[in-house]
Design a protein around this ligand. Structure first.
Ligand SMILES: [Zn+2]
Length: 253
């Protein structure tokens, strides 16, 4: 099974072919629309070729293009955790379930980046989402996943299943294929390693749950991990780094 990566400004989306259609995992920021269309064209896929979108969680950099894509192809079924439904109605990243940045260095980097953008790229900052996204109302045909479920049981002809992998957010899910490829959204990441992220994403709601989700990903025999941020890597990295970031070192936003 081939996984096609669409690299957007910050987010990796993935396409997987099924019969004559494609399943898209995640979208990008709202402002990534032109880039998204360009990437899609470059791999020879049209919006009308997409049958399903699996949303790994409700964040702005993952759901930002939902409405735009569905405006072009209203037949797409969107699949998400049942916990995403209400969060998508709020139009901003959930901050009611606690959480923070993975360590102090990340906080410093974010601060520096904001100063840099503020000075040099003032026009671009207006385009940024500021943790907000266009509200999405779940439609009748969409599928809300409550328990772990095989893809074939929700009408996708692929060998794999949806895992609940909370921690980054309460509604985070991953897609694990039977060949060991696991698309994890932000349940793991391969970014800013020099700042001590150790394969965590920079913001985490609940770090214990986050690492419990790693345990699940590992114990389900995942092999290759495809994160939304950074390059794919082998599951060994999760085995080595599990529990390495500690709650006491996290800092609030
Ligand atoms: Zn993300």
């Amino acid at each position: 099974m081939e996984i096609i990566q669409l690299k957007l400004s910050v987010t990796n989306c993935f396409l997987i072919k099924t019969d004559n259609k494609y399943v898209l995992i995640d979208t990008g920021y709202e402002y990534d629309w032109n880039l998204f269309c360009k990437r899609l064209t470059s791999v020879g896929v049209r919006l009308s070729d997409i049958s399903h979108i699996i949303l790994t969680h409700h964040h702005d950099d993952h759901c930002g293009l939902l409405n735009k894509i569905l405006k072009e192809n209203n037949n797409i079924q969107v699949i998400m955790s049942y916990l995403a439904k209400d969060l998508l109605l709020k139009g901003e990243n959930d901050q009611t379930h606690g959480g923070g940045l993975v360590n102090k260095r990340i906080k410093q980097l974010i601060f520096l980046k904001q100063v840099y953008i503020g000075i040099h790229l003032k026009k671009i900052i207006d385009k940024k989402s500021n943790l907000k996204f266009p509200i999405y109302k779940v439609r009748e045909n969409d599928i809300l996943v409550e328990e772990e479920i095989r893809l074939k049981d929700i009408g996708i002809n692929l060998n794999g299943k949806i895992l609940k992998t909370p921690g980054h957010t309460i509604d985070s899910i991953s897609v694990l294929f039977d060949d060991g490829d696991c698309i994890v959204g932000d349940a793991a990441a391969n970014m800013l390693q020099f700042a001590g992220t150790k394969y965590c994403v920079i913001f985490i709601c609940n770090i214990n749950e986050y690492y419990e989700s790693w345990r699940k990903i590992i114990s389900e025999n995942s092999q290759r991990i495809f994160p939304a941020h950074g390059k794919p890597f082998l599951v060994e990295k999760l085995k080595i780094n599990i529990w390495k970031n500690q709650k006491k070192n996290m800092v609030m936003n």
